[in-house]
Design a protein around this ligand. Structure first.
Ligand code: PNS
Length: 350
């Protein structure tokens, strides 16, 4: 058996120990094809791990960490050896023990997993699979999947999990995801350097469309803001305080990872003139490659804001100009103070 794709592609795995029924290469490939590009960041849990091939394949394709659970001591040894061969030792935790007991521990520790594999021995009682699945529902991160292998199709809905079964030769694989009506959360990301009336309009309109809006203050690597992300976030909190379903967070790293953490599948952006389109189009396409269920929704800027941008506000403020009507009233003073360039303002007056 070999790792199929990703950083450890082609790595030959250690021989399968007695008593372990590994997922065949074909079934493993079919599972990963069905999951698509599901692996950016996020933690994976590999139950009845056997050789660890499923969890290691997920790590190789970009999952951040993997926890392997296996009762058989020889198999535990093989999982460690396979992690070593794939050069992924630092990303894997191997827990030896009974699956139900380990699940209770993970649950008490409030762990959440984005991808959970369960390949129980086929002779396992359907009742046991049911109790494992009930526990897994609580360990599944928003937007995550549980993949269960069995000899026969499984009950397709269990608690808050809904499954779809596919047959690959003698193996049935059921993919579960959550069915419960979750809150419809949208992210409004930006540099907000500083927040303008144009941003405020988009945030207000998004808050009327979604259950909750998270304003994400990000680092645009091409820009060097004068205020830290924390300071920009505090300014936004000040001006969005009256919008009950809006919260503000600093976003580190990729938008798609942040969205997953927040349980959001939608990003809302304001669109002004055609000049915004090209870069927004590119970002939307890239973000969907990284997170296929992620949608970018554009709200057209109000006509009176179509000329307004943070960079224009910065420029006006830097020459000591009046930013009234361009940024929310509550932060006018601060914007004036932070962005004024004493020298430029003096030259302008002189
Ligand atoms: O207000 P801005 O500067 O247009 O905001 C840009 C921002 C912060 C939304 C964008 O740079 C972003 O999403 N940054 C997070 C990092 C990321 O995910 N980059 C890949 C985007 S394709």
């Amino acid at each position: 058996m070999r790792i199929i794709a990703g950083s450890a592609r082609g790595v030959l795995l250690a021989p399968v120990p007695d008593g372990v029924r590994p997922t065949s290469n074909q079934v493993r490939e079919a599972i990963f094809n069905a999951l698509g590009q599901f692996f950016d960041g996020g933690e994976v849990l590999d139950l009845y791990a056997g050789t660890g091939a499923l969890g290691i394949e997920a790590l190789s394709r970009g999952c951040a960490r993997a926890t392997f659970v296996e009762k058989n001591g020889r198999a535990v040894h093989v999982i460690r050896e396979n992690l070593r061969r794939a050069r992924l030792v630092r990303k894997g935790d191997v827990l030896r023990g009974d699956v139900m007991e380990v699940l209770e521990r993970l649950f008490s520790a409030r762990r959440k997993f984005y991808l959970i594999f369960a390949d129980p021995p086929y002779r396992i009682q359907p009742r046991e699979i049911r109790s494992v699945l009930e526990r897994l529902a609580a360990l599944l991160a928003p937007g995550g999947r549980v993949v269960v292998e069995s000899g026969d199709p499984l009950i397709e809905t269990i608690n808050s999990l809904k499954g779809v079964s596919r047959r690959y030769g003698g193996t049935v694989v059921t993919f579960f995801e959550r069915t419960e009506t979750t809150m419809n959360v949208a992210i409004c990301p930006g540099s907000f350097d500083p927040i303008t009336e144009g941003h405020m309009d988009i945030i207000r309109r998004a808050s009327a469309l979604y259950d909750h809006v998270v304003v994400a203050v990000g680092a645009n690597l091409k820009k060097k803001p004068r205020l830290s992300a924390e300071q920009r976030a505090r300014l936004i909190e000040k001006v969005t305080g009256r919008l009950e379903n809006v919260s503000v967070e600093v976003m580190e790293g990729l938008l798609v990872n942040f969205a997953r953490e927040q349980g959001a599948r939608v990003v809302v952006k304001g669109l002004r003139a055609g000049s915004d389109f090209e870069s927004e189009f590119q970002q939307a396409q890239l973000n969907r490659m990284l997170y296929p269920e992620f949608e970018t929704v554009f709200i057209m800027a109000a006509a009176e804001h179509s000329f307004l941008s943070s960079s224009a506000v910065r420029e006006i403020a830097s020459y000591g100009g009046d930013v009234r009507g361009l940024v929310p009233d509550e932060i006018q003073e601060i914007v004036h103070r932070v962005y004024v360039d004493e020298q430029a303002a003096a030259n302008d007056k002189g």
